[in-house]
Write a protein that binds this ligand. Structure first.
Ligand code: URP
Ligand code: ZN
Ligand code: ZN
Length: 478
């Protein structure tokens, strides 16, 4: 047998189902052998005392996305994928966001130009459908699903992005026909507009009122409506960034009826609360995201959703802006309220340490659940398994080596992102990824960036196994 390019020696290798101490032999970018005493290689990494895990897959990130006049997202693909790599990720799935009036092909051309040659780790785009014209629905989407863009995101809120129920049904119907998975941002747009107007009229304009303008009922109602609309056309949906137990219970209810409804939650809903938005001066703006963080009970409910399998994926919803910057979180001159604070917080680098520390170390989830929630289920859900998301012979050698005993106090100064703050400043964690390997090459080694930003590839994806195209013999609707 030819020698290996790399051997990771003596670590505890964990997948979503098993944990075993062994060596991992890597050849030509893939896992070539698992076993003891694999011999020698050009590069041998001693992993004794370390965890050897499938590289993190973050299926919900925003990089270089236009975010309104004068606002600049803090991460492009270079800084975003660098930060992700330092956080133990080997693949991220950013959004390619269609502008109103723009064709999806044109949007993809823009985003590929932003990512090409500027990604340290692998990427694969979801499509945001903001303008579901007959051309988009009838021609572009079916062709793009065939080309490997097999998931779309739709919004039920936000100026310029929100789709009405008719439009949602039209997109769902195309997804059903073509075998795509639809991600849904579930918040009631009209209810938010109504509440925002009332708050502003009574001078309640500080960042903390962002949370008041988007209470749990706004999310619960939209979650139930999205599920009902999806049921009408028998399409699988992923309800993203679920923040609380009431919305989660809608998903659990749907799952108990046998509907193909999936759920995602994020670190901000496990460790932040609405009180964080009530900082001095504009500090609360650092935590403005949608849905907003809630309360301790909601945190416990989201943990329950992870523990019991209501949520399949744990993502960051990394949507970074700088704080101390007129192009970031501060309310622009001439504007007066929370309405103008860009929504979104950074988190791609801290997602996995937070889940590991709060989840595995504190005994809420097992190590194997951690792997499933942080990597394997993302690959399965979005059509990349088994090439990605596990450690097995023949799979891409996408691996994160963790020091499970390393303690750290999260600090923006230590992160590798474009944003000048982290909402998790001061949070103490145990366990940190020290080495990140993408298709057999170290991108981060012992905490140092050693990879090239030309290494990351964009991946076309298979259809989600949960999405059976009606045009290929599934249930015909309409
Ligand atoms: O506030 C958030 N979550 N911003 C990112 C955009 C989105 O809705 O995912
Ligand atoms: Zn969203
Ligand atoms: Zn998002």
């Amino acid at each position: 047998m030819p020698p290996f390019d790399m051997i990771i020696r003596g670590g505890r290798v964990a997948t979503a189902s098993d944990t075993v101490t062994c060596d991992v032999g890597i050849r030509d970018g893939r896992v070539a052998a698992l076993g003891r005493d694999l011999g020698t290689a050009d590069d041998v990494i001693d992993a004794k005392g370390r965890l050897v895990l499938p590289g993190g897959i973050d299926s919900h990130v925003h990089f270089a996305q236009p975010s309104g006049p004068g606002i600049v997202m803090a991460d492009d693909f270079e800084s975003g994928t660098r930060s992700a790599a330092h956080g133990g990720n080997t693949l991220v799935m950013p959004f390619c966001c269609q502008e109103k009036g723009q064709s999806l092909r044109a949007a993809l051309k823009d985003y590929h130009a932003k990512a090409a040659g500027k990604s340290y780790i692998d990427t694969s785009f979801h499509l945001v459908i903001s303008d579901p014209t007959p051309q988009v629905l009838g021609q572009e989407l079916p062709a793009l699903v065939d080309d490997g863009y097999t998931s779309f995101k739709v919004f039920m809120t936000y100026e310029g992005l929100a789709l009405n129920d008719m439009q949602l049904l039209e997109v769902f119907s195309v997804a059903r026909e073509t075998g795509a998975l639809v991600m849904v941002h579930a918040e009631n747009y009209d209810a938010i507009r109504f509440l925002t107007t009332r708050l502003e009229a009574s001078q309640r304009t500080a960042p903390k009122y962002h949370a008041t303008s988007r209470p749990i009922a706004v999310e619960r109602e939209a979650t139930h409506r999205a599920i009902s609309l999806a049921q009408l056309v028998d399409v699988p949906v992923m309800i993203v960034h679920v923040s609380n137990g009431e919305a989660m219970e809608q998903i659990r209810w749907a799952q108990s009826k046998g509907l193909k409804v999936f759920g995602e939650t994020c670190p901000q809903y496990l460790v932040l609360t609405e009180a964080d938005l009530d900082g001095l001066n504009m500090e609360g703006a650092k935590y403005v995201c949608s849905p907003p963080p809630r309360d301790k009970q909601s945190q416990a409910d989201c943990w329950r959703g992870l523990e019991t399998g209501v949520f399949q994926v744990f993502s960051s919803d990394h949507c970074p802006f700088r704080y101390d910057d007129p192009a970031g979180k501060l309310i622009p001159k001439g504007r007066t309220s929370f309405r103008w604070v860009p929504n979104g917080i950074p988190g791609v680098e801290t997602r996995l340490p937070i889940l590991f520390s709060e989840g595995v170390v504190k005994g809420r989830i097992t190590l194997n659940q951690f792997v499933a929630l942080s990597s394997t289920n993302h690959a399965k859900m979005y059509g990349l398994h088994p090439r990605k998301g596990t450690i097995a012979v023949g799979c891409d050698a996408d691996i994160a080596i963790w020091d499970p005993a390393r303690t750290a106090r999260i600090a923006a100064a230590d992160l590798h992102q474009g944003s000048d703050y982290t909402p998790y400043e001061g949070l103490e964690v145990t366990g940190w990824p020290v080495t990140t390997i993408v298709r057999g090459r170290c991108v981060v080694r012992d905490g140092r960036l050693v990879g090239a930003m030309t290494h990351g590839q964009h991946l076309a994806r298979d259809r989600s196994p949960y999405a059976v195209p009606a045009r290929q013999g599934g249930l015909q609707v309409g």
